[in-house]
Design a protein around this ligand. Structure first.
Ligand code: UT7
Length: 319
């Protein structure tokens, strides 16, 4: 049976760093509030000229280099993003062109902060089906463009960035199992409820969130998804070396690890430096720990997404 494995990881953070203190000079907030409620200390923000496909390009180049593959050898590109360069063409097609490749399949996938896990599961299915041999799976976002910088309840929480993995066909997993879920009846608790119609913005182009409700649902579904994917993979939670939940809030991450009985040392945390980068957060965190030599070949890693839609999911992977 054909399976897929992660052959390389890469990430990119735009160079501009904005600290909590800098935000506190512009609005009624404080480093103490942001750190206490979220664990966030700073975020990277894209420069005006940088688009999602630009961030994706840097992360993808690094992942391809780590995998020892050229862009031409990848026959599928999936970009998870809620902040695409354009309405169309897809950011994946723009990325493919920037990578100098052509001919393979390329499409975007929109599952907000669960986007990377959804994209990974999708690419894994293509490889398992035998229709594709290698895939570039990217999570890339410029959330700073959809934030209302006058709304302190949301704008302090997010950052920009991109992460990528290269999946290749393998005899052994790799990706053991993935679970994906959604509950569209909760669409209203986290949304950007606007669109463009006849050249005019209809609704709101800014992110809106009922933070308390998102928090409660996130802790519940991250716990459920972890247990479900662990059972589907036949790998006990105690055997998981690293837990990488979507990096939204340190309190959500710590609550999840605690509920699952996983020690704090096995929890990957990057939200303190990256803030919430939506679909980019999981591959950014994965790449950071791989390059630091902390996540090693053979380690079992649980990747988890949760966010707007409402969507959630998890994958259990041997590196
Ligand atoms: O990717 C998934 C999406 N997002 C998440 O997972 C986020 C989930 N939710 C959360 O992380 C938390 O709910 C927040 C961090 C968003 C908020 O934390 P909270 O402990 O639920 O605070 P709160 O919304 O109940 O607000 C508490 C107080 C309010 O003041 P009053 O009404 O008590 O006087 C807010 O106005 O904190 C105030 N507040 C702020 N104060 C200083 C809200 N934002 C800020 C701020 N600085 N930036």
């Amino acid at each position: 049976m054909i399976r897929s494995r992660i052959a390389g990881t890469g990430a990119y953070l735009p160079p501009t760093i904005v600290t909590n203190d800098e935000l506190a000079r512009r609005m009624d907030t404080s480093d103490a509030w942001i750190q206490e409620r979220t664990g966030i200390r700073q975020r990277h923000l894209a420069d005006k000229g940088q688009s999602t496909s630009d961030l994706a390009l840097e992360a993808s180049r690094r992942a391809l280099e780590a995998a020892g593959l050229s862009a031409a050898q990848v026959d599928l590109i999936v970009v998870a993003t809620s902040t695409p360069d354009y309405i169309f063409p897809s950011t994946a097609c723009l990325l493919q062109a920037k990578l100098g490749a052509k001919g393979g399949a390329a499409f975007d996938l929109q599952a907000v902060c669960s986007g990377f896990v959804y994209a990974l599961a999708t690419a894994d299915s293509f490889i398992r089906a035998g229709t594709h041999r290698s895939a570039l799976v990217v999570g890339a976002e410029v959330f700073s463009r959809i934030l209302d910088w006058n709304d302190r309840a949301t704008c302090v929480l997010f950052g920009d960035g991109a992460g990528a993995v290269v999946l290749t066909a393998a005899q052994v997993p790799g990706i053991h199992a993935s679970v994906l879920h959604a509950d569209g009846s909760l669409a209203g608790i986290l949304s950007v409820p606007g669109n463009v119609c006849g050249g005019t913005i209809i609704g709101s182009p800014f992110l809106q969130m009922q933070g308390g409700q998102v928090f409660k649902v996130a802790v519940k579904v991250l716990d459920e998804a972890a247990r479900e994917v662990s059972a589907a993979a036949g790998i006990a939670l105690e055997q998981v070396d690293w837990l990488i939940p979507h990096q939204a809030n340190l309190r959500i991450l710590e609550a999840t690890a605690k509920r699952l009985g996983l020690p704090r040392e096995r929890l990957v945390v990057t939200v303190d430096r990256h803030a919430n980068t939506s679909a980019a957060s999981v591959p950014l965190a994965l790449d950071e720990f791989v390059r630091a030599g902390r996540i090693k070949p053979g380690h079992k890693v649980m990747l988890q997404g949760v966010g707007g839609g409402f969507t959630w999911g998890a994958s259990l992977v041997t590196m």
